[in-house]
Design a protein around this ligand. Structure first.
Ligand code: PGA
Ligand code: ZN
Length: 393
């Protein structure tokens, strides 16, 4: 049972304030921090300013959580929902909620002397996800760079996570070398991807070359993916790229063409967050050879995933615990997606801390990929944890 809960304000990778929670029980201890997004979906649970939210929680929330059983995660999360009383955690704040919910699970695992992935995934959790990481990016994560938010790679030929982590890093380094040779080397965006002032087409070509080089050197197949974050490009009528404007129909055709031209294995948010219909058109066209993944479309929300299942909008669901606010609802979103024949990808946010919990969640819940960047302290915290988990399996 919970003896003490501490909330504090800590730094995130963008230099902003975020919330960290500590849960202490008679035999256990858990600590977790909330990440934060820049291209957040309209339907995400609501974040509150950290200092204000912590002050309120210390007064009105924490006292009623003392004495709760950390091993009863469902009841703990239901208490958070009940005390909050809103559909989107706007009362206690989704940042406070997710930090507490994850810290509760970690305290329970610690009290049983289990790793979190074992506690949540059981004795048969025996496979780590492959790392999916961005090597070039722009959009809301870096101004003056590409229109498409993220150009991603995944080491599909890797024997496991640890091999894959180094393959992705090799692609990231090779992209740097190519950019340097072309005189286009830049700084990095919020998630550690290169953010050069180049067109989307140039980015595709550079990464194709980097992938070919690394695949040759390592004999490991690497495939490309993208996160369009299309809600950021949609102006209410059309998709506005730096160098082009596309209607809904043109956007679907453009995405389908990219799948074939660059052998894409993954497209996230190819259409804006309301357009289940155009999502379904694209999934019907290329879903047999490419994962069409909803992030802002689904926001880790069971109701929106249900709508996605009914409309055949996608074949993959992005999972971000802080979009919904509790571990229980994160699990429910994953279970619904998987039962409906969809893949799931566990994801970081653009604003992160060194918290590595999502590496455990991705393993416990059998996600196909862990999307968490390639380099940078707050990204490698997750990747290195995945290497440790793979060693334990
Ligand atoms: P965000 O972006 O964390 O800034 O929302 C990540 C994403 O769109 O996947
Ligand atoms: Zn996204």
């Amino acid at each position: 049972t919970i003896e003490e809960i501490i909330l504090r304000v800590i730094l995130d990778s963008r230099g902003n304030e975020t919330v960290e929670a500590e849960v202490h029980t008679d035999y256990g201890f858990g600590q977790a921090a909330a990440p934060s997004g820049a291209s957040t979906g309209t339907y995400e649970a609501k974040v509150r300013p950290p200092r204000e939210a912590v002050r309120d929680a210390e007064k009105h929330l924490i006292p009623s959580l003392i004495g709760e059983d950390t091993r009863d995660q469902i009841t703990f999360d239901a208490r958070l929902r009940e005390i909050d009383g809103t559909p989107d955690f706007s009362s206690i704040g989704a940042n406070v909620a997710v930090a507490l919910s994850l810290a509760c699970a970690k305290a329970a695992a610690s009290s049983l002397d289990l790793e979190l992935f074992h506690y949540l995934g059981g004795a048969f959790a025996d496979k780590t996800p492959l790392p999916l990481g961005n090597v070039i990016g722009g959009g809301a994560h870096a101004p003056n760079a590409t229109s498409i938010q993220e150009f991603l790679v995944v080491p599909t030929g890797a024997s496991g996570a640890s091999e894959g982590v180094f393959v992705n890093a090799a692609v990231h380094r090779t992209v740097k070398a190519i950019l340097q040779k072309q005189g286009k080397l830049s700084g990095k965006g919020d998630e550690g991807a290169w953010a050069p002032a180049i067109s989307d087409t140039e980015a595709f070509e550079i990464i194709s070359e980097a992938i070919a080089t690394v695949s040759d050197e390592t004999n490991i197949e690497v495939r490309m993916g993208i996160d369009v974050a299309a809600s950021e490009l949609w102006d209410g009528k059309q998709y506005r790229y730096k160098d082009a404007v596309r209607t809904r129909e043109e956007q679907v055709a453009y995405m389908a063409d990219l799948v074939d031209r660059y052998n894409l294995i993954y497209i996230e948010d190819p259409l804006f967050e309301e357009d289940f219909e155009a999502f379904a058109d694209l999934t019907a066209a290329v879903g047999d050879r490419c994962l069409i993944c909803g992030d802002d479309l689904f926001v880790t929300n069971v109701e929106r995933i249900t709508k996605g299942v009914e409309t055949c909008a996608a074949n993959c669901v992005l999972i971000k615990p802080n979009q919904i606010g509790t571990l229980t609802e994160t699990f429910e979103a994953i279970r619904l997606a998987q039962k409906s024949g969809m893949e799931t990808v566990m994801s970081h946010r653009s604003g992160e801390t060194t918290d590595a919990t999502i590496a455990h969640l991705a393993t416990a819940f059998e996600c196909i990929f862990l999307k968490t960047g390639v380099v940078g302290g707050e990204r490698i915290a997750k990747l290195n944890e995945l290497i440790r988990i793979e060693e334990l399996i």
